[in-house]
Design a protein around this ligand. Structure first.
Ligand SMILES: [Zn+2]
Length: 350
């Protein structure tokens, strides 16, 4: 091959590559491959010049292929499929919603942190249901049909009815899962002496007027533990150790009695304010204490409904509001931020 022939082949290959739908196919072209065969047999004195020409051609073809790849990537920009339709129609919004800038929602992150702490001390994790029945929402939790405490939960109900002709409900608390985990694990408890320990995160709903402290849709984590000879001291020490792990410092605790139909005795559980060393600040409403959750020993009636003998077994349950925990942990002032889809709020948690 004469040296100037490579120039002709070069032009021919550059014309071919333009027409190819997949530019990388040019690398398989017989004419292109023949140049490398030629390089092996070309006289020594021409080798350097030929090699240089071939190298320059190779680079040019590579950059054409690269340009095509980049263009393909741009055309296949990742978009947020959960975003409103109009946003993804707008070219600027596609850039704004590029998934590379996304992050895990703070509620998901904190659920993971909280469930991990309880998993580390042996609790199993399951999720609660987002539609349940009257039995699990009220009856199995020791609310009689005409129990006034039913009114405390302004519960959303469905048009569809269950087998007992009562409407299904959007659960107002994760306690709906208590009887389920107790009855499902009853045989294992009785036959194998295996304690029941569950941590149950879930989304719950109440017909609330929305303001800085109240949401109609929020998240709870239920804890249920059942064994023999369980005491209030066990309940409080588990919760105190959990709080100390979660807030990463030694926590002081305070309880005061309260009424729940499904636990007896029942407590409001507070921790020392970690922001003001208990001197009083706006987060603790100048009391030095922050109320964190409700808890208590599982009511004997709840155990009986779950088919468990309350004279042999006992245990505790607690329910905590995750949004409240995150608000306290990060000093968030308004509960409405969580569902606001405000990117400047969410990006703080990246
Ligand atoms: Zn304080």
């Amino acid at each position: 091959m004469k040296l100037d022939e490579i120039k002709v082949i070069r032009e021919s290959l550059l014309t071919k590559v333009v027409k190819l739908s997949n530019k990388a196919d040019i690398l398989k072209d017989a004419q292109y491959k023949s140049l490398f065969e030629e390089l092996k047999i070309i006289p020594k004195d021409q080798k350097a010049h030929f090699g240089k020409e071939l190298n320059s051609l190779k680079n040019e073809l590579s950059s054409i292929i690269q340009r095509e790849n980049n263009l393909e990537k741009e055309n296949n920009q990742p978009i947020d499929v959960s975003a409103p339709f109009d946003d993804n129609q707008n070219e600027d919004s596609i850039k704004l919603l590029d998934q590379r800038f996304g992050s895990i929602h703070p509620v998901s992150t904190e659920i993971k942190i909280i469930t991990d702490i309880f998993s580390s001390i042996g609790f199993k994790v399951i999720e609660s249901l987002e539609i349940d029945d009257d039995f699990h929402m009220f009856e199995s939790l020791n609310f009689a049909t005409d129990h006034p405490a039913r009114d405390d939960f302004d519960t959303f109900i469905t048009v569809q009815k269950d087998q007992t002709n009562k409407p299904y409900v959007a659960p107002a608390h994760t306690s709906t899962m208590q009887t389920r985990v107790l009855s499902q694990n009853r045989d294992n408890l009785v036959k194998n002496n295996q304690d029941i320990g569950y941590i149950i995160p879930g989304r719950v709903f109440r017909n609330e007027d929305v303001d800085a402290r109240h949401e109609h849709t929020f998240y709870q984590i239920e804890g249920v533990y059942l064994s023999k000879k369980v005491t209030v001291a066990n309940l409080l020490s588990v919760l105190r150790d959990f709080m100390s792990s979660y807030f990463n410092e030694e926590i002081k605790i305070k309880t005061q009695p309260v009424y729940f139909p499904f636990t007896e005795p029942s407590f409001e559980f507070s921790v020392n304010c970690i922001y003001c060393a208990q001197k009083g600040c706006h987060i603790c409403s100048y009391t030095g204490w922050i109320e964190m959750l409700g808890c208590g020993m599982i009511h004997p009636n709840v155990l009986s409904i779950a088919g468990i003998d309350p004279s042999k077994y006992n245990g505790f349950a607690f329910g905590l509001g995750i949004l409240r925990f995150i608000m306290i942990k990060y000093g968030i002032e308004d509960i409405r931020h969580y569902h606001s889809v405000r990117l400047e709020f969410l990006r703080q948690f990246k």
